[in-house]
Design a binder for this molecule. Sequence first.
Ligand code: ZN
Length: 157
Amino acid sequence: MDVGNSALAVECPNCGLLTPRFLQYCRNCAFALWPSGPVASAAFQRWRDADPARRYARRYDMELPRRLEPEVIDYEERAHRLGIHIFPSSNFPIVICLGFFFMALGAVPLATPARIALLAIGLAIFLIGVGGWVVFEDTHMYEEVVSEDEASEESGD
Ligand SMILES: [Zn+2]
């Protein structure tokens, strides 16, 4: 058996059509390409182990599989290149929801001073959440991007 031949598909000697090289029978006319299944399998394993590039090949493939791993994409880098602003991942939305919760409690028909107090507490927590997310964390991220821009401009000169 020619291990150096990298083809996974061969022309069947009987019907002339392409068929997987290491299957026992031709896929088109059932002509016996190999004397038995185990012999074909052993030949395939010898062929596969001869070259690391053939590692992912399967017996019934007609050609080597191209890519098995999903492509890794840096979405933040791509968004930055396209000028799209991505909010940083943050825990502050939970704080914002807590603020909404206290503000909603202000809608419960309690005594008026209690409702005003709940509304004030809720508003304060809400504003802390918005401020923390939009002003503190987002501005922090934006500064990183700006400094990267300046660095690339300086190196470009
Ligand atoms: Zn055939």
